[in-house]
Design a protein around this ligand. Structure first.
Ligand code: ZN
Length: 214
């Protein structure tokens, strides 16, 4: 499916973006975008602790500035953080200079070598420049938890249908995803555990040994 799992032919246009870990390893890379969010992040952190799972949080700079203690707590509890721009600008529809300024503003707060473009919208030219500073991380599976019009069962179904070796999975640490997240995340963690997947941090664990795995 085009939305939940982008086909290989499209992924090739966006190299060296990371889409997926090594297809030979039974690992899942769990990621949360758009936080920190006081109503959601502590619940996610407690749940991850219950499953002894570490994840990567692509944070919005503006939220980090508003909730610095929560941002710190994410890291203190063993998780990783990545830059998701300061105001969640779409690179493809934003002047490149303004886009880069937004990322730089977030970087002063987040200080990570990982970057995920908001909405996945980024141009090849922007990738070419940013790849010197960041590992640019997109995803293998987008759960669509952000779409509150979807029933939460569909989100879980997406996880079960599309998870595979090396999958980078996207959930959202945000209010718009709350209903779907609270239903689907605990069940997804139970599902991966049952299937024998190890949830890993993107950096430095991830390996993309061949282009086929991106
Ligand atoms: Zn986002």
């Amino acid at each position: 499916m085009l939305i939940e799992q982008v086909p290989q032919c499209i992924r090739r246009f966006f190299q060296p973006v990371i889409w997926r870990g090594n297809a030979k390893e039974k690992k899942i890379f769990l990621t949360f975008d758009d936080g920190p969010t006081p109503e959601i992040t502590p619940w996610i952190l407690d749940l991850l602790d219950m499953y002894n799972v570490k994840a990567t949080f692509f944070c919005i700079g503006n939220n980090v500035e508003k909730y610095p203690d929560l941002f710190l707590e994410i890291q203190q509890r063993g998780h990783q953080v990545g830059n998701h721009a300061y105001t969640h600008k779409r690179g493809m529809f934003t002047d490149t200079k303004i886009f880069f300024e937004d990322i730089a503003r977030a970087q002063k707060l987040i200080n990570s070598d990982l970057f995920r473009p908001p909405h996945g919208h980024i141009t090849p030219r922007q990738i070419k420049k940013l790849k010197h500073t960041f590992k640019i991380v997109l995803w293998d599976v987008i759960t669509r938890d952000y779409d509150a019009t979807l029933p939460p069962e569909i989100i879980l179904q997406n996880v079960k249908k599309y998870s595979r070796n090396g999958s980078i999975i996207v959930f959202h640490d945000s209010l718009k995803a709350e209903k779907n997240l609270r239903y689907a995340l605990p069940k997804s963690l139970a599902f991966w555990k049952e299937k024998g997947y190890e949830c890993s941090l993107i950096h430095p664990t991830i390996t993309t040994s061949s282009d086929k795995n991106r």
